[in-house]
Design a protein around this ligand. Structure first.
Ligand code: SF4
Ligand code: SF4
Ligand code: SF4
Length: 250
């Protein structure tokens, strides 16, 4: 059986999700390489391809019209498109700038006028092309991506978790951050990571975005009443990785 041809592409991102895959020293990843051929992956290969692809993993947000044609061209060549990482899936942390006006000056100071910083709102790539699956997370969870690719290669329908991080937390019998007088976005955060942050004694910040039916009014109320946040800090906290999400939630 011919190996599935997979390729990585990057748009507005830190490329951390691609780098995460290069950190994969696991035997399961080496086994995957028996079933797939990586034909483009600039973090690890100099080769590029213009041929058809079985799976395109697209990292980064859509931030400028100039990128539309490239996205459409990838979609034409790819049998399956995965939005690879939170920037691509929802806009991720990039989307914070959609709610700011002076972000370039704040980050780049006197270099804020550099032409390559010109960009529009940070949006998910699904605003431009059809996305078949999302690999959530900032960065992605490489074991989840491995499972996603494995399912696709073997003709199974991948299952993307739609329940909150609290479920994984309870499975691990982790003491809730709210019992430690801390805060946590786990009740509205999309699971799939295995809840490593609360297990390490730090709050979940919803780096995988929101569950589909997130009750944002309630989580902000909890942050105020249980964690002592001001209302404005509670609203800002929940937006760190979810600035493009909310209107579709309760
Ligand atoms: S999702 Fe996070 S780690 Fe991945 S490219 Fe975006 S900012 Fe980087
Ligand atoms: S620590 Fe966070 S994710 Fe875990 S149960 Fe408490 S609120 Fe939920
Ligand atoms: S526990 Fe929350 S912040 Fe940590 S990896 Fe999972 S979704 Fe991201």
């Amino acid at each position: 059986m011919a190996k599935a041809r997979i390729a990585f592409f990057d748009f507005a991102s830190c490329e951390g999700c691609q780098i995460e895959m290069t950190n994969f020293g696991d035997a399961a990843f080496l086994e995957l390489l028996n079933h797939v051929e990586i034909v483009e992956f600039r973090e690890a290969l100099s080769e590029k391809t213009t041929e058809p692809i079985d799976v395109a993993l697209i990292e980064g947000s859509f931030t400028r019209e100039a990128d539309r044609a490239r996205l459409e061209e990838i979609r034409r060549r790819a049998r399956v498109v995965i939005a690879y990482g939170q920037c691509a899936a929802t806009g991720g942390i990039n989307a914070l700038k959609n709610h700011q006006t002076d972000y370039k000056e704040a980050v780049y100071g006197q270099d804020a006028g550099m032409p390559h910083l010109d960009s529009d709102k940070a949006l998910p790539i699904s605003v431009v092309i059809k996305v078949d699956y999302n690999a959530f997370g900032c960065p992605i969870n490489k074991y989840e991506v491995l499972q996603l690719l494995s399912h696709l290669v073997h003709g199974k329908e991948p299952v993307i978790p739609s329940y909150p991080v609290c479920v994984d937390c309870k499975r691990r019998e982790t003491v809730c951050r709210y019992h430690e007088e801390d805060h946590c976005l786990g009740p509205v955060a999309r699971a799939g990571c295995g809840a490593p942050c609360p297990a390490s004694g730090v709050p979940c910040e919803a780096c995988r975005g929101l569950v589909d039916d997130a009750n944002l009014a309630s989580i902000e109320k909890v942050l105020v009443e249980r964690a002592g946040f001001s209302a404005s800090r509670a609203a800002a906290k929940r937006m760190l990785w979810t600035a493009n999400q909310g209107s579709e939630s309760k």
